[in-house]
Design a protein. Structure first.
Length: 422
């Protein structure tokens, strides 16, 4: 077998949130699991959130089903682990690497993850987020002496003080774990901590087949009260400032005032800006529509009905933009903030237009220019489809992640392997 692997199926323990709301790790896990199962992985997901356990062919989702008090004191069984050689000593080692509060939280979660591990010994542990998933995952990987993969999502940029408080632990990860991220931009975030570890850039993709246009654009437009001749700019995402919705709302008068038949649709998960968005829609004479908590399954229909997607994300944390990828897969040009890893997705003046973050005037100008020039917008959309199929199709991106999983476990199994560092 490859890399000296035994005949039994490989087992991976993924530590991250599941199942999906809008985007993020939950959606990634939901779409990655079928690839892992098809490749022969027995997949277990530890999702610390509340809810019932889930299972399907080849995978199980384990929840933290303890009550609030039990969660807070979940670290108390630590002395009991001393009966298993080295367990208590290994988990205590991490106390010297991280703030006490983080260690106790990780220790409480370890009590659950260890229960999973004893029933289903992992060959590999993969965690999401340096500050939240990685601490418990590092304990599990140490106790079970298996490789660890940690993916960061720009949390060093957005939570730099906390990252600095965890620097010793993060430095430990740079020596003992395989580090991945979604973009070169986020790979460079370690430099803020004066660290320069090797980081594998593995973008997350989209199912391009799902977003191929199905000809329902006119139906959705009618549902929204718009006509076939109207030109629609769409925002998709949580209704919060980080996603740039405040920039969209401030740009709205400029967009509507520049193109006679311009229309705006805001579709997203409920958030702090819902009331403001509703006020803008109410004052727009029907030219702005707010649709809250669109079912994830309906998102392609809104993209097909739109002419341009607006993705004015705020902050350096953004490793990429799932909304931009989905719009490109649907053949729609993207006007996006020139921030974070987004320029690695949207090719400026080729598949869309990049504008300064937090600049409603620049956003309005770029969106209006595309709404007023359907031929240019269509050409950008065609190029976007080609780009996303070549670089970000989920079959390619998930295969690359699964291949990394196999490489890491194979190195561990190899008689020439030096140990834990991958």
């Amino acid at each position: 077998m490859e890399g000296g692997k035994s005949e039994r199926s490989r087992t991976v323990l993924l530590i991250g949130n599941y199942p999906p709301p809008f985007g993020g790790v939950p959606k990634h896990l939901a779409e990655l699991v079928p690839t892992l199962v098809a490749a022969g992985w027995t997949t277990h997901i530890f999702s610390p959130g509340r809810g019932d356990d889930l299972s399907g062919p080849g995978f199980v989702v384990h929840r933290d089903r303890r009550g609030p008090v039990h969660r807070r004191v979940g670290f108390l069984p630590l002395p009991l682990w001393a009966g298993r050689p080295g367990v208590a000593a290994r988990v205590r080692t991490f106390r010297r690497m991280m703030p006490a509060r983080t260690w106790l939280r990780a220790l409480s979660l370890f009590a659950v993850a260890d229960h999973i591990g004893r029933r289903h010994p992992p060959d590999l542990v993969a965690a999401y987020n340096l500050l939240f998933g990685a601490p418990v995952a590092a304990m599990v990987a140490s106790v079970y002496e298996v490789p660890l993969i940690v993916t960061n999502f720009g949390e060093i940029y957005s939570h730099e003080p906390q990252a600095r408080a965890h620097r010793r632990f993060i430095e430990h990860l740079t020596r003992t774990a395989t580090l991945t991220t979604l973009s070169r931009h986020c790979a460079e975030s370690y430099h803020a901590l004066d660290l320069s570890p090797p980081v594998e850039v593995l973008p997350y993709g989209v199912d391009t087949r799902r977003f191929a246009e199905r000809g329902t654009a006119l139906l959705v437009r009618r549902e929204l009260g718009f006509e076939a001749e109207d030109r629609i700019a769409l925002f998709v995402g949580r209704l919060i400032p980080d996603m740039g919705l405040d920039t969209v709302l401030r740009a709205t008068p400029g967009i509507l005032g520049s193109v006679e038949r311009a229309r705006i649709v805001v579709a997203g998960a409920d958030g702090a800006l819902r009331t403001h968005a509703a006020e803008v829609a109410a004052a727009s004479d029907g030219r702005v529509r707010l649709v809250v908590d669109v079912p994830e399954a309906d998102l392609p229909r809104y993209l097909w009905a739109a002419d341009v997607l607006m993705a004015p994300t705020q902050g350096r944390r953004a490793c990429g933009s799932l909304a931009a990828l989905e719009a490109m897969a649907a053949g729609r040009p993207v006007v996006a903030a020139n921030v974070g890893g987004i320029p690695e997705i949207v090719a400026d003046h080729d598949t869309g237009i990049l504008v300064p973050p937090g600049n409603p005037a620049a956003l309005a100008t770029a969106v209006a220019s595309l709404l007023a020039d359907p031929a240019r917008a269509s050409e950008m959309g065609r190029r976007g489809v080609a780009r996303v199929r070549a670089l970000f199709d989920i079959r390619t991106t998930n295969a690359a992640i699964e291949h990394l999983f196999r490489r890491v476990t194979a190195r561990r199994s190899s008689p020439d392997s030096p140990g834990a560092r991958h």
